[in-house]
Design a binder for this molecule. Structure first.
Ligand code: SF4
Length: 357
């Protein structure tokens, strides 16, 4: 009886939730298409309710992966992964107090403040990332916000990295509308600004800025025509409801963020969250699957914490709908799988890197 109830129902079952209706066959859809398509499976929605998201989370894992697979295959080839490389262009000394971050000047970690990297070093790293197969080059700076005096250096970097044939992404703190427009004019493709967790849990992790501040930057980025990269972190001590609320918030954006990084806390000595219990790995898989159902056309990136995942857990994450990874040995300040290990894993799984467009 239990099994019967949890089995994905047939399409004509009137009680089926939208994500439970069966798809006859995968569709061939251009994975660059981000718009809405007229189907219930993998349809774009912005009105997710807490109760239905919790129900989705609590589905049996096989059912949840089935729902996620159907949504995924409506929008993406199931065997592709997009590769982004992240370079820390300005390390440490950040005035913010994000509880998970070793770059905060308020925490006693081993990361110390360094100046912005010279452009030739950044461009050399971008060339190496391109040679290794990355299609997007992300540049992160440990700043609270972008100061106008640093803007020209960043617009120059964006323009130069684009000339290498790479997509560009920046994550340099809060932006105002003018700065976002200037970065868009320079050709910036994506801006990363994570919401991290639910609005109600946020003040337990960060006290030096508000959720509203984050949302304002995201609005400025969107208004400037830059694509949005926005996600969260698992393992901060949040509840299932917090995870659901974060995903509901992300899915409420119209359009959905084009890129959604799913991070798992990397516990770094000297940070307030260093002793936190890591999340159950299956909860990571579930979160990815729920995100895939709720934001079916967004690229879901396995981000921080992948270095601590087994190959088998990463494979489950790909099955659940992850279709992007950070590629390269370091993520800002923490280790990431080496590129050779990633190539071997993709080959074992029959997953191919997305080609440059
Ligand atoms: S996460 Fe970003 S804003 Fe927060 S302390 Fe680290 S570098 Fe600063």
């Amino acid at each position: 009886m239990e099994q019967e109830e949890s089995r994905p129902p047939a399409q004509d079952d009137a009680t089926a939730k939208p994500w439970q209706q069966e798809v006859a066959a995968p569709l061939e859809i251009d994975c660059s298409a981000g718009g809405s398509i007229p189907c219930s499976q993998g349809a774009i929605r912005h009105d997710w309710q807490l109760a239905e998201v919790l129900e989705l989370y609590r589905s049996s894992l096989p059912d949840l992966i089935w729902y996620a697979q159907q949504a995924h295959r409506r929008h993406f080839p199931a065997d592709r992964v997009q590769l982004s490389t992240l370079l820390n262009i300005k390390r440490g000394g950040c005035p913010e107090d994000c509880g998970y971050c070793p770059q905060s000047a308020r925490h006693d970690s081993s990361v110390h403040a360094e100046p912005l990297l010279p452009p030739e070093e950044v461009l050399a790293a971008a060339r190496r990332a391109r040679e290794a197969g990355a299609t997007r080059f992300c540049m992160g700076a440990a700043w609270r916000e972008l100061r106008d005096r640093d803007l020209p250096r960043l617009t120059d970097l964006v323009a130069e990295v684009r000339k290498l044939g790479l997509e560009t992404c920046l994550t340099v703190g809060m932006l105002n509308e003018h700065q976002a427009r200037e970065l868009a004019r320079a050709g910036l493709d994506y801006y990363n600004h994570n919401l991290d967790t639910s609005e109600s849990f946020y003040p337990r992790i960060i006290s030096t800025r508000s959720y509203e501040d984050r949302l304002r930057t995201l609005e400025a980025v969107r208004a400037a025509g830059i694509r949005v990269c926005c996600g969260g972190i698992l393992g901060l001590g949040e509840t299932l409801e917090d995870r659901a609320e974060l995903l509901i918030r992300l899915a409420s954006f119209d359009p959905h963020p084009e890129s959604v990084p799913v991070n798992v806390l990397v516990r770094v000595a000297g940070t307030p969250l260093a002793e936190h219990e890591p999340p159950d790995p299956f909860d990571v898989v579930r979160t990815i699957a729920v995100a895939r159902v709720m934001m079916p056309a967004s690229v879901l990136r396995l981000s921080a914490g992948r270095g601590q995942m087994s190959d088998e857990l990463q494979a489950l994450c790909f099955l659940a709908g992850a279709n992007s990874v950070f590629y390269g040995e370091e993520l800002l300040t923490t280790p990431n799988p080496d590129t050779e290990a990633d190539r071997r894993l993709f080959a074992r799984l029959g997953i191919r890197a997305e080609n440059r467009g």
